[in-house]
Structure formats: structure tokens, C-alpha cells
Design a protein around this ligand. Structure first.
Ligand SMILES: Cc1cc2nc3c(=O)[nH]c(=O)nc-3n(C[C@H](O)[C@H](O)[C@H](O)COP(=O)(O)OP(=O)(O)OC[C@H]3O[C@@H](n4cnc5c(N)ncnc54)[C@H](O)[C@@H]3O)c2cc1C
Length: 265
């Protein structure tokens, strides 16, 4: 089995975003971390590799800072890591990002399964996983909460998907693209040995030429989305009211009355 996990680096969840007068977005000095939702994808890949054999390759389209995400995934146990970047990739939207990732996966040639986190905590479009599946012409199994069965010999996978109405069990052929969700597993902590391995590892950097991608389909000019203006939303104003009562039960009852009166519930 060759399993690929796609990941990106994101600012730490505590980071505060600012936008300057020219529309430049900054996360300040916030440390960069692996997109937290991707830890579930990495964990699932490692579990499936240990069960079925093979290797896990983690990939990211991003500048040098993307190494933070790749290193974390290697420290968790991934076997190989590849960064894909070219200056023309800067400003890519999900259309362009999915194009480059799909090209890189096609370039590897022998991929059985591609795993994603449910979304990225910064841009939060939830689009890249499904877009890569579409570009690869592979089944798209997003919001997967459980891998029920993976049969590499029969070239099939069965997963349980989380839907608003409940759960859906669906089978597909390999290669497939799976978007993981919180609850599919409990991501492991990085070990000291893993961190040392990640620090010593070589991280090949693939260019657009290496993956066979055309430069006019990436970056801001190759993107479908245009940003005529970027601004921070005005700060929300709110009021806080402390509910006074003798017991917690009385406080709860008052709160419910207020919520009913405001038609919140
Ligand atoms: C016009 C425009 C300009 C932009 N310019 C920039 C920019 O200069 N720099 C910038 O960082 N962002 C930029 N963005 C945001 C960028 O489009 C998204 O961050 C990116 O396409 C991924 O979408 P997402 O973050 O919503 O991921 P989601 O679709 O929410 O994430 C789903 C899954 O895909 C994975 N994934 C997402 N991106 C990658 C990647 N690059 N490599 C591997 N896996 C990935 C996630 O880790 C997650 O597992 C720009 C967006 C637009 C519209």
C-alpha cells in the first residue's frame, strides 16, 4: 500500500489575524504548526500502513515554512515527505492548489489511497480534498469518521461518512481519496525518536516541472478567485449579563426563560 497524506502548515490556533491598509494579511509572529485536522489523516494513514504494510508519504504544496507540517507528520511516523513549490504557486486558490497536488500524486504513479484532514483551520474552504479527487478521477470519500474495511487485494475500501442526517456506509474502488474528520481516531503524540528522525530527514522539493504542472494554471493568475479588496470585519459588539440566583437550577431556569423570550430556542 502506498498512502499519501496531504497537509499544510497553519498559524497556531491562538494567533490573531491582522489586515493592513494595503490588504496584506498577517498572522504576526505566530508559530506555524501542522494543520490540526491533518493529524487525524496522518494517524489513520499510519494505522492502515501498520495493518496492511507499505509506506506513507506526506506532501505539501507550500514555501519553506511548509516544512513545519511535514516534520510533524514524519515525527508521528510517516516514511517520506515531499514539498512542492515554485514562486509562481504563491496566491493559489483551491483550484490551483488541487491542480498541483493532483499532479504530484499522479507523478508518484503507485498511490492507493490519499488522505486529507477535513479542512484547514486558516482558509477553511473544505474544498481541496474533494477537488483533488475530482482531478484524479478517484472516488471522493469526504467526512469519513471510520474506515470500516480496506482490502488492497480486492482494490476496495468501505468507510462510514458523517452526514447531517446521520451516518452513511459507502464502498469504493482504490485508488480513493478520503477526507478524515475528528473522532476517526486519537492522533498520537510525536516521540523523541520521531522528532530526531524528522530533524535529520531529507525533504525533497519538487518544482512545477517535476510534477508536470503548467505555470499558468497556478498562483494568483491561475486561480478562479479574485480578491478585489481584503479587510478585517468590524469588531463585534456585545453585552454580557450575569444571572444572579441562589442555586444553579434557578440560574438555568432564568437562562431558559430568557432564551425562549429572545426566540433563541
Ligand atoms: C486569491 C487567493 C489568494 C490566496 N493566496 C494565498 C497565499 O498567498 N498564501 C496562502 O497560504 N494561501 C493563500 N490563499 C488561500 C489558499 O487558497 C488556501 O489556503 C488553499 O487553497 C487551501 O485551501 P484551504 O486552506 O481552505 O484548505 P481546505 O480545503 O479547507 O483543506 C482541506 C485539506 O486540504 C489540505 N490542503 C490544503 N492546502 C494544501 C496544500 N497547499 N498542500 C497540501 N495539502 C493542502 C489541508 O491540509 C486539509 O487536509 C489564497 C486564496 C485565494 C482565493
Amino acid at each position: 500500500m502506498h498512502i499519501v497524506v496531504c497537509t499544510k502548515h497553519t498559524p497556531d490556533t491562538e494567533a490573531k489575524m491582522t489586515v493592513d491598509g494595503a490588504g496584506n494579511v498577517s498572522w504576526g509572529e505566530s508559530p506555524l504548526i501542522i494543520n490540526p485536522w491533518d493529524e487525524y489523516a496522518v494517524e489513520e494513514a499510519l494505522v492502515l500502513r501498520d495493518e496492511h504494510g507499505g509506506k506513507v508519504t506526506v506532501i505539501s504544496m507550500g514555501p519553506q515554512e511548509a516544512l513545519e507540517a511535514l516534520k510533524h507528520a514524519v515525527a508521528m511516523g510517516c516514511d517520506e515527505a515531499i514539498r512542492i513549490w515554485d514562486e509562481t504557486c504563491a496566491g493559489s486558490d483551491t483550484l490551483a492548489t488541487s491542480y498541483v497536488l493532483a499532479r504530484a500524486i499522479e507523478q508518484m504513479g503507485d498511490v492507493d489511497l490519499v488522505l486529507f484532514g477535513k479542512s484547514a483551520i486558516d482558509a477553511q474552504t473544505w474544498q481541496v480534498g474533494a477537488a483533488v479527487a475530482k482531478r484524479l478521477g478517484a472516488p471522493s470519500l469526504m467526512y469519513t469518521i471510520k474506515v470500516v474495511e480496506l482490502d488492497p487485494d480486492a482494490r476496495s475500501i468501505t468507510v462510514e461518512r458523517l452526514l447531517e442526517e446521520g451516518r452513511q456506509v459507502v464502498s469504493a474502488t482504490l485508488p480513493a481519496v478520503v477526507g478524515t474528520t475528528k473522532g476517526i481516531n486519537e492522533p498520537r503524540y510525536t516521540s523523541f525518536i520521531g522528532i530526531r528522525k524528522a530533524a535529520k530527514m531529507e525533504y525533497p522539493a519538487w518544482s512545477l516541472d517535476d510534477v508536470g504542472a503548467e505555470s499558468d494554471k497556478v498562483g494568483a493568475s491561475g486561480s478562479g478567485v479574485r480578491w478585489p479588496e481584503v479587510f478585517a470585519p468590524p469588531a463585534r459588539e456585545g453585552e454580557a449579563e450575569m444571572i444572579e440566583a441562589e442555586t444553579v437550577e434557578q440560574q438555568a431556569a432564568i437562562l431558559v426563560d430568557k432564551l425562549l423570550a429572545e426566540k433563541v430556542i
